[in-house]
Design a protein around this ligand. Structure first.
Ligand code: ZN
Length: 500
């Protein structure tokens, strides 16, 4: 009996320690997305979030910090003090902070780093415990020292007719929160043009007012908003699979501007096309407040199908046409960006496994186009052994961006290949993923790799859900379908509809 009791007691003690070990092993220290270069934060030791001291040379950081901390924390926002920057030399986009008994001490040369420090802090500051409503905020003790691997950290967003303004706003806010520094906004028949109002779907939602608001918002949050206009293929401003055409479905009189087959390509030989495209570019540059880049698309074009475009080598026509657009941009100090696939010849063994859409004719253009064009190299599949196109475009003299989509391993491999090749950076693409796990994965994985190529991006998405909610608060969202990473919890077709 005695022996049995002893065994039971030993078993209880063993279970007790096993439980402690299990409990400890599941506690994660607070983390930040993208993952900082150095980050040590306590899981259990928090201090009041009441005082922030910023060591910087940029006086504008004080107003930014006070304004945003007040928006985020209301009457419980911490006191902010600015002191002159001291310490080691730091890059413009680097920052560090320490959290201890003296509060929070941030170091950043200018407002770029200060913003990043405050975005990082926002992810780890939580309401004080033990009350029903928020009565204070607390922050874990620790240290963070951080700077990005890549100079160009972009994300490409589409504005479809199906998108609402608040969705685009949240994409921009989320991009800034995850420390991307460029957002490309592609219009899909949704741009309210003054010079060619007939080019798009009726009642286009991408109004002057919305663009102006987004340009100002982007500047405030530290991202540069870049416009896109497809000047070659994708002239229908609709997904090819849909068979829609934003212009000639409603206004067939404008067909001479487009190639006869599907209206998919602009008619490059038509001088009226050039006039129209150039006028629209100038208008977009004004609307976007003279950005440093302009994306001209140029992917997935078809062969020419009108007699005038077929009369001459298509590469010569293409180079001349892009050259005229390049001139309009260069005169305004703006660099063109374009997709790469028409510059890679289909069937060329070097591009085996790539989505090479070019002919021998269009691929020739890679050699003669102006070399200040930024090549945006999209590749959406699983990792490949080598990304030969990176060094190909670099050897031709171009700045090159890797453009992954939603394949996590692919994003990681492409970012590592950028670092290895020493190319320009990364441009994430969202395309049709406006909600759900794909969207979360794109933001989390691409921002993580663009910021810190040595880190392993997190696979769990609950923190993204928190961050998505936080930027939703910033937009003052109020409607059911605006919350969460899915618009609905069950597909709309499964709702009980008493009218049926
Ligand atoms: Zn033509």
């Amino acid at each position: 009996m005695k022996r049995t009791l002893k065994s039971v007691l030993l078993a209880i003690i063993a279970l007790y320690f096993a439980n402690i070990a299990t409990a400890q092993s599941v506690i994660d220290a607070p983390s930040i997305t993208p993952i900082p270069v150095q980050c040590k934060l306590s899981a259990t030791n928090y201090v009041p979030f009441t005082a922030v001291t910023i060591s910087t040379n940029d006086a504008s950081a004080l107003k930014w910090a006070k304004t945003h901390l007040s928006k985020w924390y209301g009457k419980y926002a911490p006191e902010v003090t600015i002191v002159p920057y001291s310490g080691e030399k730091m890059a413009d986009d680097a920052y560090s902070f320490v959290v201890n008994d003296n509060g929070i001490q941030i170091k950043a040369v200018n407002i770029v780093g200060v913003r990043y420090a405050l975005f990082s802090l926002r992810q780890i500051v939580i309401p004080g415990r033990g009350t029903q409503k928020v009565e204070s905020y607390i922050v874990p003790r620790g240290e963070v020292c951080d700077y990005p691997t890549m100079k160009f950290r972009g994300i490409h967003i589409c504005w479809f007719p199906e998108n609402q303004e608040w969705e685009i706003e949240r994409m921009i806010r989320m991009a800034a929160y995850y420390k991307f520094n460029y957002v490309i906004l592609e219009q899909w028949g949704t741009y309210q043009s003054r010079v060619v109002p007939w080019l798009n779907w009726p009642n286009p939602p991408m109004t002057k007012k919305a663009i102006k608001r987004f340009v100002a918002l982007s500047k405030e949050l530290g991202v540069t908003l870049i416009p896109q206009l497809n000047i070659f293929g994708h002239a229908s401003f609709s997904r090819n699979v849909s068979g829609k055409h934003a212009t000639i479905d409603i206004r067939p009189e404008y067909r001479p501007l487009f190639e006869p087959v599907a209206g998919w390509n602009w008619c490059l030989s038509n001088p009226e096309t050039r006039k129209l495209i150039n006028a629209m570019i100038v208008e977009l540059l004004e609307d976007f407040d003279n950005p440093p880049f302009f994306h001209i698309g140029c992917d997935e074009a078809l062969k020419p199908s009108c007699p005038e475009c077929c009369k001459q080598p298509y590469s010569e026509l293409l180079v001349d046409y892009i050259g005229s657009v390049h001139k309009i941009l260069a005169e305004r100090g703006v660099r063109a960006m374009m997709w790469q696939d028409m510059l890679l010849e289909k069937g060329d063994p070097r591009w085996h496994g790539y989505k090479a859409n070019g002919t021998a004719e269009t691929a020739k253009a890679a050699e003669t186009l102006p070399k200040d064009i930024v090549i945006c190299d999209w590749f959406y599949k699983k990792p490949r052994q080598n990304y030969e196109s990176y060094t190909y475009f670099k050897s031709l003299g171009y700045d090159h961006l890797a453009c992954p989509w939603d394949n996590r391993d692919g994003i990681i491999a492409q970012a590592k290949a950028v670092e290895k090749a020493g190319t320009f950076g990364v441009l994430a693409t969202i395309w049709n993923h406006y909600s759900g796990h794909n969207l979360a994965n794109i933001y989390v994985t691409t921002s993580s790799m663009a910021w810190n190529t040595n880190a392993t991006p997190p696979t769990e998405l609950n923190k993204f859900k928190t961050h998505f909610r936080e930027v939703g608060w910033d937009s003052n969202l109020k409607k059911y379908r605006q919350f969460g990473i899915f618009h609905t919890q069950v597909p709309p077709t499964t709702y009980y509809n008493p009218a049926k």
